[in-house]
Each structure stands twice: as structure tokens, then as C-alpha cells.
Design a protein around this ligand. Structure first.
Ligand code: ARG
Ligand code: ASP
Length: 710
């Protein structure tokens, strides 16, 4: 009751917020006031088809949308990147040259890729907390939540094929929602532009405006003859969606209403100032530094060999992406003085809370953060150093191909699994990069981790080898994993599984991973998980407290649950921004800007000759805007985060106008604090997508499947 009252009570500060579709009736008035012409039931309904039926969770952390009655799906180039890369080799370089299936037969199946449609979502708080009583311990509560969730999931997934469900805690466990999905596993690659378009501007332009990246790729969902989910089969047929987006080519203008429907991954809008301080002063700066070292090494080797460039393209992009985002985030929270603002809020809250239900919660959280800090630091360091060593991760996964029967002690070996692991690892592994990273990262580990936090194994190795370089030399020359031939021979000639398993365990790469994992599991993880559990508990009160405080003290603040990779609605409008004094950014970019950036000598800005020719001839087909140029990207005030990539950008009529793919650098702190002045999401104008398909790829058969509103 309280939650509902609070959520409906205050309107959000200009366009901030990621709203739950099933509760969108609480926001629809505001949306309509801002220009939206449809109703709540058009966005989310369990009785009729609605826009939600055209949106999918794509892979592990992106969004995609259906744009034809035959299962055609649009998402970002960077979301389909690893699939495009997997099909690429020096001979068929789809990353470089692009890929277009000219017929259904040419569409490429993808191992391990699936998409999920949300069937329905429900507030199940009462059901999940059934049996819980005031005064029970947190452990008891956790057990109850787990048990109730499991039985609910079992019950709802019985209903049909491909169903899976999750129960998610919202507002730190003040509320629980069940999400029921239908998952399709046969998803094929239909098309992707060359990276010189799909990743135009590369990591130089990433997180930046003005932007000219054609960040899209296309897939098709396949189903069995009854339109149900089915594993890949030649006999599968294109999936027929309940709903797909119509495409508007009318164009966009500053001030236009925009609506993003997708799966934002993670935000922390309600955390305590100490949480922000850690991110700003410690966590982000250290992680940035460690990744700078890795990126320097990768970039150097990648620039020297085309093979290595392809091998490390996806890995490099992943490392670089968060690296750059964290830098923007630190700048953003500094500029916003978020720590200070939060401290002031906390002081006022604390005074108000005295003697009441929320008395002491601030002090409790502060104490826990203090205790957590060194352990959090070790956790971050472990993740960004030890866990970044490729050979060690590979050794660990290969070792897990051996299974020991607990009762009989008998050992079995999964040959198929091992062969798959070997194949995919060596395809994209370059020893010198991994080895140099090892040396650089372990040197930093030695410098920055306090002596009493280092494990015995680490100290012993450093004593023995003196420098991390020498240690690296030893591991990478002795490990059987450093040489594909050696490991393949080893795996082929196993006489005794017991002996070979034991030998692999002693291998220096396996040993490295295992010793650190042991240390982490024994010394670090138990402490962080205990403190985090207590924090979670304190946050549950603090979250509720913030709501009550803001309502009763008339502090205007809108509450929406933090992102957790569940379907959300974010609405706003197209708008430029002022990144710095005397500078104003217009909200849309055009093909002219691509030509201005075009430079054959700079890898990130070297466009295909075909695009230059089309531009020279102004051969734009029906895709030019009123000024006669092809629009490329636009920015708007929608509140988005990682996971929203690939999300449909929808206009006031519910039609598709673009594809979300990024945010502006000055606004990346929006995962912690949203500033309506400069937080902008970046989208690809759908007309650029259509132009590329039509004119550059000559794949206009795909256009025939689509429905245009003008
Ligand atoms: N910054 C966008 C997002 O967070 C796009 C990332 C594409 N990757 C890259 N390294 N350019 O995902
Ligand atoms: N580029 C991000 C993504 O991949 C979106 C963002 O962080 O704004 O989801």
C-alpha cells in the first residue's frame, strides 16, 4: 500500500525513471501529457497483443525488437558482435566486410544465442513472503523466499514450451515480482553491416556525442511448425510474432516524444553516499588503471597483425567499453557532487528518523561500508587481475571436463566438452598478449594489495621469481595450456584419467587459478557476502525509509525500482544538451558528419568506398530527411543503461523510429544519479538502418518484409 502510494504520488524529475510495464497505468497520464497517443493496455497487456510482445531480451544482456511478421529482429551491431565474430575468419571476415543473407538458407545459426519474450509479470510479494513472520532471522527469510520462489516458478513454467521464470526482488526486497518468459533458442544471423559502419568511430567515439555509428545487426527467430520454441533444426520455420513494430520514416525533431522499451541491466539510484564515494575514489579509478594497462598491450599487438586484430576485437571492445564508461561516471558524480548531496540528505533523514522505525539505519550502513571497503577492494582487484588471465580461466574450465563420482570415486572425462573448449579458446588466443597482461597485472597486484591480504601462494611465487615478468615467463613456458598441440596430445593420450587429472591440477596455469580461487573463497568472499547480506537488510529499511521520509516531508522524489535486467519503460523527448560552457550539441547527426570524419588513414574512421560513392552521388533513395541528407543518430532524455542496447525507440504513435545503443559520456553517472540537464541516450535513426540495407547492402528483399507507416 505504502509503495503504491509513494510511487503514484510524485512525478519524476524531468524524464527520469525506468518504469515497470505492468504498472504503467500510473505513468500513462504523464506520458500522454508529454505527447504519447496510446494507452496503458497498448504498452502492456495480458489480455491482448501489446508492444511488449514485440520486444525481446537478446542474448545475455541486450534488447531486440521484432520488425516483421516473419520473426525478423533488429538489435545493435555490438550486441550481435560476438556472433558476427564467431562466423568470421581471415577468409570470411564478416566483421570487416559485413554479412547479408540473400535468402533464408543463408541465415547463420548461432550456438548459445537465445531470445526471450516476456509473457507476463506479476507482483507476488505476498506469495513469496508467505510463512515469514516478524522477528524471524534473515536466514529464515532467505530460505522462505527461496522455497516459495521455487514452487512458484515450477508451477508457472508447467504451462507450455520454452517457458522460464524468475522471481526478482525490487526495492531491496520490499517487493517481489515474478517474470514469466518464453525463450527461443534458434536465432539466426541475417545481416550485419561492415564494422566500418556498425562500429564507425570505434572506441574513439564510443560513449560520445556527436555520433555517427550505424550500430545495428539483424537476426531471425525460428520456431517449430506450431510456432513454439525448439532447438536449432533445418525444419524450423520463421517465428510469427504476436506483434511487431511498424516503422515510421517520417523522421524526428527536437521536442518529439520518445519511448524506450527494453531490459536495463543495473542501476543503484538509492545507495548511500559511502557507496558512491567508494566508486568515485577507489573502485573506478583502480579498475580504470588496470584496464588501461591491458588495453595498451592489446592495442599494440592488434595493430601489428590482422589476425590478432580479429582475435581480440570482441575482447578489446568489452574491456574498453566499461573502462571508458567508468571515466565518464567518475567525472559525472564529481561534477554533480553526488557524495555531498547524499550526505546532506542522509543527515536530514537521520534527524527525522530519530526515535522511529528507521532510527540508526544510516549509522548501520556507514559502519558496514567501512568494514566492507578493504574486502570490496580485494574483490575488485581479483576480478580485474587474476580473473583477467585467459590461460588460467581456460585451464579451470578444461579441468572441469573431468567429473569425479562422489560415491565411487570414479573419474569420467567429457571429451566433447573438452574439444569444444580447446577449439574456441585457441581460435582467439594470442600468448604474448596474455603473458604481458599477466606480468603487468600481477605487478599491480603486488603494489596495491596490502601484505596481510595477499595469499601465501602469491607471496611464495613472488619470492621465488622476484618479478612478475619472470613469474609470467615460467608459467607461460611450462604450462601445457600454452601450446595447443601439447594439450591436444595430452588429452588424446590419457592412460589413466586419475593421473592426467592430477597432472593438470599441478600445471602452473591451473595452479595459479586454483590457488587464488581458494584464497578468494576462504578469505574474501565469506566476509563480503556476510557484510553484503547485512547491508541488503539495512538497505531494505533505508529504501522504505526514504519513501516514507520523502512523502511525509514533501521532498519531491520519484521512486522506481533499480534496473535489474527486467523489462522497463523509459520515456522522454528528443533534446540537445550543453556539455560545456559556450557549447551546445544539436540532437541529430547526418551522413554529412560521417564524411567529415572519414579518413582512410585512421582505422576507426575509414568507411567503405561504396558509402563515399553514394554520398557523392547523393544516391539516398527514400531515406533522406527534409534537408536532403540521410539522418544517422539522435539523442533524447530517456533514462537508460547497459542492457538497453538494441531497445526500440518508439514515437508517440507507437511506431519504431530508432534503435537505442549508447549514452553520452557526460551522463554515464545516470546509473547512480540522473541529471536531466546532460543525461542523454543515443539512438540510431531507423532511416539510416534502412538506407544501409537498401543502398549499401542491396538487401532490399528485407525491406519487403517490413511495414512502413508513411
Ligand atoms: N557504449 C555502448 C554500450 O555500453 C556501446 C558499446 C560498444 N562497444 C565498444 N567498445 N565500442 O554498450
Ligand atoms: N551501450 C549500452 C548497452 O550495451 C547502453 C548504455 O549503457 O547506455 O546496453
Amino acid at each position: 500500500m505504502l509503495l503504491l502510494a509513494v510511487m503514484a504520488g510524485w512525478t519524476a524529475k524531468a524524464d527520469e525513471g525506468m518504469w515497470l510495464p505492468s504498472l504503467i497505468s500510473q505513468r500513462i497520464g504523464d506520458m500522454q501529457e508529454k505527447g504519447f497517443r496510446l494507452n496503458a493496455e497498448d504498452i502492456y497487456s495480458i489480455n491482448q497483443e501489446s508492444l511488449k510482445d514485440a520486444v525481446v531480451l537478446f542474448g545475455r544482456g541486450c534488447t531486440g525488437e521484432l520488425i516483421s511478421s516473419e520473426g525478423l529482429l533488429l538489435t545493435n551491431h555490438h550486441c550481435g558482435y560476438s556472433q558476427i565474430q564467431q562466423h568470421s575468419s581471415v577468409e570470411h571476415d564478416y566483421l570487416k566486410d559485413g554479412f547479408w543473407a540473400m535468402s533464408r538458407e543463408e541465415e547463420l545459426p548461432n550456438k548459445g544465442l537465445s531470445v526471450s519474450f516476456l509473457e507476463r509479470m506479476e507482483d507476488v510479494t505476498d506469495l513469496i513472503l508467505k510463512g515469514y513472520e516478524e522477528g524471524m532471522s534473515e536466514d529464515e527469510r532467505v530460505a522462505i523466499v527461496k522455497k516459495n520462489s521455487q514452487s512458484l516458478i515450477e508451477e508457472v513454467t508447467k504451462e507450455g514450451k520454452g517457458l522460464r521464470a524468475t522471481v526478482e526482488a525490487l526495492y531491496y526486497g520490499n517487493q517481489y515480482f515474478m517474470f514469466l518468459y518464453r525463450q527461443y533458442d534458434d536465432v539466426r544471423l541475417v545481416g550485419a553491416p561492415p564494422s566500418s559502419i556498425g562500429k564507425f568511430g570505434g572506441d574513439t567515439d564510443n560513449w560520445m556525442w556527436p555520433r555517427h555509428t550505424g550500430d545495428f545487426s539483424m537476426f531471425r527467430i525460428y520456431a517449430d511448425k506450431d510456432n513454439n520454441p525448439a532447438p536449432y533444426s533445418k525444419d524450423n520455420v520463421p517465428y510469427q510474432p504476436k506483434k511487431y513494430f511498424k516503422i515510421s520514416t517520417a523522421g524526428v525533431q527536437e521536442g518529439d516524444f520518445t519511448f524506450i522499451y527494453g531490459f536495463p541491466g543495473r542501476t543503484q539510484e538509492y545507495i548511500h553516499s559511502e557507496g558512491v564515494r567508494y566508486i568515485e575514489e577507489i573502485g573506478d579509478p583502480h579498475k580504470i588503471h588496470l584496464r588501461t594497462l591491458r588495453l595498451d598491450i592489446m592495442n599494440r599487438h592488434q595493430s601489428q597483425s590482422q589476425k590478432v586484430r580479429i582475435q581480440y576485437s570482441s575482447k578489446n571492445a568489452t574491456v574498453a567499453n566499461a573502462w571508458k564508461k567508468w571515466q565518464g561516471e567518475v567525472k559525472g558524480v564529481k561534477k554533480m557532487k553526488t557524495v555531498q548531496t547524499k550526505q546532506e540528505f542522509e543527515k536530514a533523514f537521520d534527524r527525522w528518523a530519530a526515535g522511529g522505525e528507521f532510527d540508526g539505519v544510516i549509522a548501520k550502513i556507514e559502519g558496514l561500508y567501512k568494514e566492507l571497503e578493504p574486502y570490496q577492494f580485494a574483490t575488485d582487484y581479483y576480478a580485474e587481475t587474476v580473473r583477467a588471465i585467459e590461460i588460467a580461466n581456460f585451464a579451470t574450465s578444461l579441468y572441469s571436463a573431468y567429473k569425479v563420482n562422489k560415491e565411487t570415486g570414479e573419474i569420467t572425462f567429457d571429451e566433447k566438452k573438452a574439444a569444444d573448449l580447446v577449439e574456441s579458446f585457441y581460435k582467439d588466443w594470442y600468448l604474448p598478449i596474455d603473458k604481458e597482461c599477466f606480468a603487468a597485472l600481477m605487478t599491480e597486484f603486488d603494489k596495491n594489495i596490502p601484505e596481510d591480504f595477499k595469499c601465501e601462494y602469491f607471496k611464495k611465487q613472488m619470492k621465488k621469481y622476484v618479478t612478475a615478468e619472470k613469474w609470467a615467463e615460467a608459467i607461460f613456458s611450462k604450462s601445457v595450456f600454452a601450446d595447443q598441440d601439447k594439450i591436444e596430445k595430452f588429452l588424446k593420450n590419457q592412460k589413466s584419467l586419475k593421473k592426467s587429472r592430477a597432472a593438470l591440477l599441478k600445471d602452473p596455469a591451473t595452479e595459479f587459478a586454483a590457488e587464488f580461487a581458494k584464497w578468494y573463497a576462504a578469505e574474501i568472499q565469506p566476509v563480503t557476502s556476510r557484510i553484503n547480506q547485512e547491508l541488503q537488510l539495512a538497505y531494505r529499511d533505508y529504501m522504505r525509509g526514504q519513501m516514507v521520509y520523502c512523502r511525509t516531508q514533501r521532498v519531491p522524489k520519484a521512486f522506481y525500482p533499480d534496473a535489474n535486467l527486467t523489462l522497463r519503460v523509459a520515456y522522454g523527448h528528443i533534446k540537445g544538451y550543453q556539455p560545456a560552457d559556450a557549447t551546445y550539441y544539436l540532437p541529430s547527426s547526418t551522413i554529412k558528419g560521417i564524411m567529415q570524419k572519414d579518413n582512410p588513414d585512421i582505422f576507426d574512421y575509414n568507411i567503405p568506398q561504396r558509402l563515399r560513392d553514394l554520398y557523392a552521388e547523393k544516391d539516398y533513395g527514400r531515406w533522406a530527411d527534409a534537408t536532403g541528407e540521410v539522418p544517422v543518430c539522435f539523442i533524447a532524455t530517456n533514462h537508460t543503461t547497459g542492457g538497453n542496447s538494441g531497445s526500440p525507440v518508439i514515437n508517440a504513435n507507437g511506431d519504431l523510429i530508432g534503435l537505442n545503443f549508447d549514452r553520452v559520456w557526460e551522463g554515464t553517472m545516470s546509473d547512480i544519479v540522473f541529471d536531466p540537464e546532460i543525461c542523454r541516450n543515443i539512438s540510431l535513426d531507423v532511416r539510416y538502418v534502412l538506407f544501409i540495407i537498401d543502398k549499401l547492402a542491396d538487401a532490399d528483399h528485407l525491406l519487403d518484409e517490413m511495414t512502413f507507416t508513411e
